[in-house]
Design a protein around this ligand. Structure first.
Ligand code: UDP
Ligand code: MG
Length: 335
């Protein structure tokens, strides 16, 4: 992690760690940020606990960084801003927040107001009941029908292939205990999916229904291609079952081929009149194309894993920090 940037620090009396940290990744959200600020701070003030908000600007090319700087000036007591040098992805932005947050409990949230900040209290209430991981489940999800259908299908596949049980993998409104956040931050994974990674460290996970709204402003930052990539990450990052399925399939095909061979030869030798039927059913070209398709898919799948290994061994910094805006929590006189 390269903290090459300058930190702007103001002097303030030493403050104890807050109870709650809220981590928000921001990528080109200038249109929606003012509305987010208005609702988020009001909702958190209403909770009557100490909190901090960590905005991570994921290399926005619009005015988002400037708006975050202004907001830091307005509420420096509870606002911290991490500015990335480049776009490193939503999940890396959250990791950067996790590595710096000080709260006992950490809540993640999207910047586009699709996750209403007023629902944070609901997650915290479930944590009060003794859970260390609370996932939001979007009631009446406000997204296009094809995204809802695709997520449902991918959700089911992931449930089968991994041990991760999440009703709504796409909902980023989630609360984590300090220990889970520390474990996620310590995981050196290059491309990951935080809700799933955190789940693997959870002792008592729970879920709660939360509201979901249409994007307040701007457009989704995810293209169809990125959504497909994300789902590959979700499966190959947490399970080896796809690779194992391929060896299983290979064994099955070999066994079936042998059986078919014996049957066809038997017919040819002993039942001349069956030969026509065997010829009609047996189309080697089509079967060959099918098997080539399967083999190419398997090759690509191995490529997914090899690609992950390659990214991991290169061990490049996962993100670059340009600047951090925060007050020095230790107060004046200590630095
Ligand atoms: N985001 C980010 N980096 C990216 C893409 C998205 O930090 O490369 C942030 C974005 O600003 C938002 C959240 O991640 O706060 C979710 O993005 P978006 O709303 O576009 O995703 P969707 O809701 O369409 O799944
Ligand atoms: Mg969104």
């Amino acid at each position: 992690m390269s903290d090459t940037g300058t930190a702007i620090r103001e002097s303030a009396p030493a403050a104890p760690d807050p109870v709650l940290s809220v981590v928000i990744p921001v990528y080109n959200e200038e249109a929606g940020l003012p509305a987010l600020f208005a609702r988020l701070y009001a909702a958190l003030d209403a909770l009557r606990t100490s909190y901090e908000i960590i905005f991570v600007n994921d290399g926005s090319t619009d005015r988002s960084a400037a708006l975050l700087r202004e907001q830091f000036q307005r509420r420096p007591d509870v606002t911290r801003v991490v500015l990335f040098g480049a776009n490193c992805g939503q999940h890396m932005a959250i990791i950067a927040g996790f590595e710096r947050c000080r709260g006992e409990r950490v809540v993640t949230l999207d910047a586009d107001l699709q996750n209403p900040p007023e629902e944070i209290g609901k997650l915290l209430a479930v944590m009060d009941a003794g859970h260390d991981y609370v996932g939001g489940v979007r009631r009446e999800r406000e997204d296009s029908w094809w995204r809802r259908a695709a997520s449902r299908a991918m959700n089911r596949l992931r449930e089968r292939l991994t041990r991760i049980r999440m009703t709504d993998q796409g909902c980023m409104l989630r609360a984590y205990s300090r220990d889970i956040v520390a474990a996620v931050a310590a995981s050196r994974e290059v491309s990951t999916f935080i809700p799933a990674l955190a789940y693997t460290y959870a002792g008592a996970p729970a879920e709660v229904e939360v509201a979901h709204e249409e994007r307040a402003a701007g457009e989704s930052k995810y293209s169809l291609y990125q959504l497909i990539r994300l789902n590959f990450d979700l499966v190959t990052g947490f399970s080896l079952v796809p690779l194992q399925l391929f060896s299983m399939f290979g064994m099955l095909v070999s066994a079936l081929s042998l059986a078919t061979y014996l049957v066809v030869i038997g017919y040819r030798l002993f039942f001349a009149e069956w030969r026509g039927a065997a010829n009609a059913l047996w189309d080697r070209d089509i079967l060959t194309f099918f098997l080539i398709g399967v083999v190419l898919f398997g090759l690509g799948l191995i490529g997914e894993y090899v690609g992950r290994i390659y990214q991991q061994v290169r061990a490049r910094p996962r993100y670059t920090v340009q600047a951090i805006l925060e007050r020095d929590p230790r107060g004046p006189g200590e630095r």
